[in-house]
Design a protein around this ligand. Structure first.
Ligand code: PLP
Length: 393
């Protein structure tokens, strides 16, 4: 059975070109880039090249790129540094829909004496900048808002938010883990201080990330150790991962203009066909301000996890907005923050595409999904009651 992978916001395939670029760094060019000898030194040169490739995708300077182990580490390092360099300030502003890499960290910091403000979003997942303005106080150390949401793809106006924050002398960080490679980012055009990337979301491997730190921003390292990354992140470099990420950024820079138009067309085709074929279905998240690859669709009165199981039987991979944690099915914090009604939130499926998806794959999903939903609704007492009520009216 062929796998149809529509879960690219969870992780992506390592691009063939990326894998090829990485392979020599495992068993041929395995020297330590910090070594004095030429064998290690040549690896150091390739790391410098990769730093330039990442910087080019972001419109950044190479020295503003710090390699980390993942998006979570980058997010943690940004918040940690803001608090360490501004020890007199005890307030952090985030949104209610941040990834756990920020939200769970801030919940923890809330137990350590920090005050956390979580900004609300509207029913389309959009952030109101007036609320941000009102939340800022002389005690605010940092504002951290994601560039694009992993569940809905909704894009936040982070460049405007950064300007507003900066005007008050407050640091601004953005989690751009989902945005990078999918929409243009040019750090020359904004005042964002720090930005997080994760390699495995853009066809590089797992275990490599980046924290962009704008030149001149005071930084306190999260991992203290050797002098690597100019003392901003101790630990022997993940050489192969860094080389792979550099290549992935080069590919993303090439793909962003052309392939993302194709990906968006495929996403739109899938979305429109499903909304048409399945009654009582709807898109979660603002249609305009959205990543080109993501659609989050709710099918009322069915269980997301049940849908995923039937999709799985056909080789179709996607994600659900409800997670069966400790026996209780809770809709995701993102859908709850948007006020998506319970019966809708439970039946939400996130489809996230990549440049590797084809029209045939999308057509297959369009063909199979309506029957899956119909079958599950046939078993749902809520759906049957609802239908009964309609016919009785
Ligand atoms: N931030 C966002 C928006 C994400 O979607 C993810 C991963 O799903 C992360 C952070 C964490 O990245 P990593 O898996 O590299 O730690």
């Amino acid at each position: 059975m062929k796998t149809i992978y529509l879960d690219n916001n969870a992780t992506t395939k390592v691009a063939d070109e990326v894998l090829e670029a990485m392979l020599p760094y495992f068993n041929q060019l395995y020297g330590n880039p910090s070594s004095m000898h030429t064998f290690g030194g040549q690896v150091g040169q390739r790391i410098r090249d990769a730093r330039e490739q990442v910087a080019a995708l972001l419109g950044a300077l190479p020295e503003e790129i710090v390699f980390t182990s993942c998006g979570t580490e980058s997010d943690n390092a940004a918040i940690h540094s803001a608090l360490a360099t501004r020890p007199d300030k005890k307030h952090i502003v985030i949104s209610r829909v941040e990834h756990p890499a920020i939200r769970a960290l801030c919940t923890h910091l809330g137990t350590q004496g920090y005050k956390i403000t979580e900004l609300p979003v509207n029913k389309n997942g959009i952030l109101d900048l007036e609320n941000l303005e009102k939340s800022l106080t002389p005690d605010t150390a940092i504002v951290s808002l994601m560039w694009a949401n992993n569940e809905t793809g909704v894009i936040f106006p982070v460049e405007e938010a950064a300007r507003m924050t900066h005007d008050r002398g407050i640091l601004f960080h953005t989690d751009a883990v989902q945005a990078t490679g999918k929409i243009p980012i040019n750090m020359k055009n904004n005042v964002i201080d720090m930005l997080s990337i994760s390699g495995h979301k853009l066809h590089a491997p797992k275990g490599i990330g980046v924290l962009y730190i704008r030149r001149g921003t005071k930084f306190s390292p999260f991992l203290i150790g050797g002098h690597q990354e100019k003392g901003r992140r101790g630990g022997t470099e993940n050489t192969a991962g860094i080389i792979g990420l550099g290549k992935a950024c080069e590919l993303a820079a090439k793909n962003i203009g052309t392939e993302n138009i194709r990906v968006k067309q495929l996403r739109d085709k899938l979305e429109q066909a499903l909304l048409k074929a399945v009654p009582q279905s709807r898109v979660n998240g603002d249609i305009q301000h959205r990543l080109p690859n993501t659609t989050n669709i709710s099918f009322e009165y069915v269980e997301g996890e049940a849908i995923l199981l039937l999709m799985n039987e056909l080789g179709i991979c996607a994600s659900s907005g409800s997670a069966c944690t400790s026996g209780s099915l809770q809709p995701s914090h993102v859908l709850r923050a948007m006020g998506v009604p319970f019966t809708m939130a439970h039946g939400s499926i996130r489809f996230s595409l990549s440049v590797y998806n084809t029209e045939e794959e999308v057509d297959f999903v369009i063909e199979k999904m309506p029957a899956i939903i119909e079958r599950l609704r046939g078993m749902s007492p809520f759906w049957n009651q609802g239908q009964q009520a309609c016919t009785n009216q």
